[in-house]
Structure formats: C-alpha cells, structure tokens
Write a protein that binds this ligand. Structure first.
Ligand code: 5CA
Length: 470
C-alpha cells in the first residue's frame, strides 16, 4: 500500500463507494451514497463542536469582482485560482463574478454593515459550502480538488487583539478535539511567513502524515489581525465611544478530512472506519438456509433493535449472496464490527464478532449482555485506532543537526525536526537546498538553549519541521 498509495486510494474510493471521480470536469467528483454518509457523520461531529460557540450562516457562491479585488495581498494569493462567471445567458455581465475560492470577500462587506458597536462582538459565524479553486498542481480526488465540496469555514470578529489571539488558540483546540474524535494524528505548526494565508498576520496549520510519507495540510487557523477590517471597513464603537477597526480570525477544513480518514486508518484490505463516522457501527451477516432463514432473521432484527435503542448503527446484510463475498465487501467498506449469525449459533446461543481494525474474532453469548459488550468493543476500537495512528506519527519524527541528512530521512518516510534561526532567507535557502517544504515552527526553543541553526550556524530560535508535502 505504501509503494502504491495513489493506486490504493483510487481503488478504495471506487470499491468503498465513496466518490466517483470520472465526472467530466477535472478536479470535480460525485459523492456516492456510502461516502456521503461518512461525510454526513463527519459533518455532524464538527457541527456539534462549532455550535457550542458559533452560529451557522450561508452566503452566496458568487463574489463581485470589486469585492474580491479589494484586499490586495489576498487577491494576489488567489488570482490564478479563481473561476469567473462573465455571462448571464447570452449577455455579458456588467461586472465579472467570482466563484468563491474562500469567502472572506463575500462575508466581510456584510460584516461591515452589521457590526456597529462592541456589543455586537464577538461575532462567530461558520458555513459549510462548496468553494472553487482552479488548482494548477496535480489534482487528486478529495486531496487537491477544484471544487472543494465540503469547505467548513469559520469567520470571527473581535473587539481586541488579545481576544482575537485567544480565538485562534480556541480554534486550534476545537480542531484538535475534532481530529482526536476521528483518531487522526497531527503536527501543529506556525507556518513560515512565505506560506501563510494571503492577508493573514500568521497561520497555524494542522498536518498529518499520509502512508506514502508525504504530509497533508488538513486544516488551518488564521489570525487576520486588522488587515481585512481596514480593507472592508469593519469598525465598531468601543466602550469609550471611539471607533476602532475590528480584529478577525478565520479557519477552515476541507474534503481532505475524509481523505485522511481513509489514508490514515486504511489497510491493504480496504477502509478501516473509526466508529464515530462509520455509516454502520456493526454489520450483521446472517447465515441463511431455507429452513432456518426466518428464525435467524428474526434474531438479527431483535439484536438490531436492542443495539439501535442504545444509539448503535446497525445494518443487516441479507442480500442473496455467499456470506464470504459479504465479509469481503464489509472489509473493504471498513465497518468496525461484523457479526455473523447462523442456525448453529442460535442453537448454541452464541455469535461471533470480528473487529475490522485488528481482524480479531471473538465469540459472544447471545444474552442480555450483548449490547453492553458491543458498546465496549466499539469504544476499544476507537481508542486503539487512535493510539495506533498517533504512535505511528510520533515515531515518524526524526531529529537532525546535519542538513545533509534531511533527504535520506525524508526518503525513509520521516518528518524531520531541525533547529532554525527563524529568518526568512535561511528558511527559503533550506527549502531550496533540500527540495522539501518547511511545515513551520513546531516549538520555540528556550532562550538558554545553545542550539544552532542547521543552515546559518547562528543561534536557533525554533525547532521546525520539514517534510515532503502534498
Ligand atoms: N479562508 C481560510 C480559512 S476558512 C482558507 O481558505 N484557508 S485555506 O486556504 O488554508 O484553506 C483551508 C483548508 O482547506 C486548508 O488547510 C486545506 O486543508 C484545505 N484545502 C485548500 N485547498 C484545497 C483543495 N484544492 N482541495 C482540497 N482541500 C483544500
């Protein structure tokens, strides 16, 4: 799988009924029913986290050229990626309209109308929409797409820089919680200057490691300071009656979350879904023979009802086909637990359950304790999948003080930690010399530290990470 991650990934998207990327526009795909359900449960999880402190809104897809062009640095960052609508029917439009690549320029003119006083703040909105980016790098389903079909973007406005900085920290915590629920391990780094979001003061990024040894940016939190407020005239009257520009943050996740669930947890047999987002927690495969069919199915229904009353999602696969084929199907689809039950099991009052993550088979009594036993198994799967993934990520970090070792380590599948003086020219020279990307600042070094920058030999300020990235 590691050698052939790309092939494996495409095969899983197809066999797992996740998405069909044969849609006749490059970089755009169709969500299939099973994939759509995984997407749905993932969104539910995120919405639950957002809804505690954010309110959901929905802005239009189109952005007038005038608004998009307002924030100079921002528009420069996106100008080569914007899709334009120039005609309505046969008529040329008076003003070109952009398909949002992200929604700052759609949302902030409205913030300018809505925000008047410190009483209106903080404002914390989010929306889940599709965004469009004419990516010029090699497109890959879910990973680098031209229609991001599930863009979760939050935009917040605050009355002080301190509160805004706190929001950035809170957003990082929120994303940590979200990825923890999914058992997706991450590195958090402060992106280097040259790689921050266009228009932001600074960007905090989450990266995970994919099975091919490349890191994937799976989420970003941006501190926008007052830059956009100045451009879009977002002001408020503070407690002293003076007018001030507001402070803003924004943060986003994309379809990459699903790509990571697939890539991080999957194995050579297919998907391995964390229970939290799996369409079925447990799939029952009845072993059916003509004379005992009704009895077996009746038992299956009873088990299903018992489990569903405890919030466990159950599917009975009673298709008319060989059980072996069904086992194989559900292995590919990564259902966390598979329960088999046939006439013999009914006689012995037993059933066997197989865990997808470890492929371990356990016999259980068909009694009142079955539901509790299954609940406990799901919890164990959740914990085990997560620790396995986090452990793998931690073991992938290698430290070096010799720039010549970076290439070899990355080729072994490592993410490399090194000491950096934090200066832009040094960072860019390191990227140039190694051919890899600096993810950013992993940790600040102690003032008393005597570590030297791997490139300049000057006193190092940070422990930074460098990797082969998507
Ligand atoms: N407005 C901000 C925050 S909402 C923003 O657009 N940030 S971003 O450009 O960094 O995008 C947010 C996240 O979307 C990125 O961290 C990355 O994980 C994901 N992403 C960006 N471009 C693509 C793409 N073409 N395909 C899939 N995911 C993408």
């Amino acid at each position: 799988m590691v050698e052939n991650f790309s092939e494996w990934f495409h095969e899983i998207l197809d066999k797992g009924n996740i998405i069909d990327s044969r849609y006749p526009i490059k970089g755009m795909s169709v969500w299939l029913p099973y994939g759509f359900q995984i997407r749905k449960y993932t969104l539910e999880l995120l919405k639950d986290l957002f809804d505690k402190e954010h309110e959901e809104v929905l802005f239009p897809l189109l952005v007038p050229e005038e608004e998009l062009a307002k924030e100079g640095i921002h528009v420069k960052g996106f100008e080569e990626e914007v899709y334009w609508v120039t005609q309505g029917g046969n008529k040329e439009l008076n003003e070109k309209l952009a398909l949002r690549p992200t929604s700052e320029t759609a949302i902030y003119p409205m913030f300018s109308l809505w925000i008047r006083s410190h009483i209106d703040l903080p404002m914390k909105y989010y929306q889940i929409v599709n965004t469009f980016r004419y990516e010029t790098k090699h497109t890959r389903p879910l990973i680098r797409v031209r229609e991001i079909s599930t863009f979760k973007e939050a935009h917040t406005v605050h009355a002080s820089q301190a509160e805004c900085n706190q929001q950035v920290e809170d957003a990082v915590e929120l994303y940590k919680e979200f990825f923890d629920y999914l058992g997706i391990p991450y590195f958090i780094s402060k992106r280097p200057e040259w790689d921050k979001f266009p228009g932001a003061d600074y960007t905090m990024a989450f990266d995970t490691l994919m099975p091919d040894g490349k890191t994937l940016q799976i989420g970003t939190v941006h501190n926008l300071g007052q830059t956009f407020a100045k451009t879009f005239d977002i002001t408020f009257e503070n407690e002293k009656g003076a007018h001030e520009y507001a402070y803003q943050s924004c943060y986003g996740l994309s379809d990459r979350v699903i790509a990571t669930i697939i890539g991080v947890h999957g194995d050579e047999k297919g998907l391995v879904l964390p229970p939290t987002v799996s369409p079925n927690h447990l799939t029952i495969i009845p072993i059916l023979f003509k004379d005992s069919k009704d009895k077996v199915l009746e038992k299956c229904m009873q088990i299903k009802e018992d489990l569903e009353s405890e919030g466990i999602r159950v599917y009975i696969d009673d298709r008319d086909m060989r059980p072996g084929k069904k086992f194989f199907d559900w292995e590919v689809k990564g259902t966390p637990l598979r329960l088999e039950i046939g006439p013999k099991d009914l006689e012995n009052n037993k059933t066997s359950i197989t865990r997808r993550d470890t492929l371990e088979k356990t016999e259980l009594e068909l009694n009142d304790e079955l539901t509790e036993a299954i609940k406990a198994m799901l919890m164990t799967i959740d914990i085990d999948m997560s620790s396995k993934a986090f452990e793998k990520l931690e073991n992938s970090i290698a430290y070096t003080e010799n720039i010549d070792e970076i290439d070899g380590l990355i080729k072994e599948g490592k993410v490399v930690a090194f000491n950096w003086d934090g200066k832009n020219p040094t960072g860019e020279a390191i990227e140039e010399e190694t051919g890899y990307d600096i993810l950013g600042i992993h940790k600040e070094l102690d003032d008393a530290s005597d570590k030297l920058c791997i490139y300049s030999g000057e006193k190092a300020k940070y422990l930074a990470l460098i990797a082969k990235t998507y």
